[in-house]
Ligand binder design. Structure first.
Ligand SMILES: Nc1ncnc2c1ncn2[C@@H]1O[C@H](COP(=O)(O)OP(=O)(O)OP(=O)(O)O)[C@@H](O)[C@H]1O
Length: 260
């Protein structure tokens, strides 16, 4: 699965929330979208997963225009874990995950044994199998997030779009989910706030600021102390971690900034 976005522009009102954004995700890549609050990450992702329609620009999946693709076909190609995790009605956890199977089915098809196995395994992977019969609305934020990730896994598409997938999760599930997604060997585009997680898991990064891509490259190219200060206004110390071999970013409180 290859994604090509060219000149994507979108405004909610007068000001462009996303301005001429171009990005590519090649097959098998794990690409991160980072940037400060309000920089446009979710808006870019929503335009890609068809929650919003671009004002201008083109979005292609494997060379095919996504904006005119039948919805069912695009749902077979990409699965989404969005930021808002509320559902309008009360469903059981297993029913929410089973919704991931719907692009694979015809209108009146019911779930077969194969679907049920996929749903069960997806829940198991997220450590939620024991909650399959629980009501979704009564779960904690982190548990809801794990159910929605299980739903995306059950969809079995080879392109995942994630909007801050771990923002409700404690550190063990944050690591577990990124490790798991990495093992799936699918193509991933994910908004990520935590720069250390972005450095650990992403092959390439795009940095958004005020709706524009201001930097792109490998984590090593993008996540320098200078760039972090330019984009976030925060002083940091960036080194290569001796165990992971990846970048490790330490943010410096005011009292320590003069020694960095
Ligand atoms: N539904 C909306 N109506 C009007 N403006 C919106 C709407 N959603 C987002 N915006 C504005 O668009 C801009 C980009 O928002 P967006 O949610 O894409 O940023 P983000 O980078 O995902 O932020 P965060 O890191 O806080 O989640 C912001 O200025 C935001 O206030």
């Amino acid at each position: 699965m290859r994604l090509h976005v060219e000149g994507l522009t979108y405004s909610y009102g007068e000001k462009d929330a996303v301005d001429q954004v171009s990005l590519q995700v090649e097959r098998g890549e794990f690409v991160g979208l980072i940037g400060p609050n309000g920089s446009g990450k979710s808006t870019v992702l929503k335009n890609i997963y068809r929650g919003l329609t671009p004002d201008r620009g083109s979005i292609k999946l494997d060379g095919e225009n996504l904006l005119t693709m039948p919805y069912k076909k695009s749902a077979l190609k990409m699965a989404v874990v969005g930021q808002e995790n509320e559902v309008p009605f009360d469903f059981l956890v297993e029913e929410i995950v089973a919704m991931g199977r719907s692009p694979h089915k015809k209108l009146f098809d019911i779930d077969n044994v194969h679907d049920k196995e996929i749903v069960h395994h997806a829940l198991e992977h997220m450590g939620m199998a024991h909650m399959a019969k629980r009501s979704y609305l009564n779960l904690s934020g982190g548990e809801k997030q794990r159910v929605l990730i299980a739903r995306a896994i059950a969809q079995e598409s080879d392109f995942l779009i994630l909007d801050e997938p771990t923002n409700h999760l404690d550190i063990s599930y944050q690591m577990q989910i990124f490790d798991f997604i990495k093992r799936l060997n699918v193509t991933v585009l994910s908004a990520i706030h935590d720069l250390n997680l972005a450095a650990l898991y992403c092959d390439r990064l795009y940095v958004l600021k005020n709706g524009k891509i201001v930097l792109q490259g490998t984590p090593e190219e993008v996540l320098t102390a200078e760039h972090i200060y330019e984009v976030y206004g925060v002083k940091s110390s960036v080194s290569i971690h001796p165990v992971t071999g990846k970048l490790a970013i330490t943010y410096l409180p005011e009292a320590l900034q003069n020694i960095a």
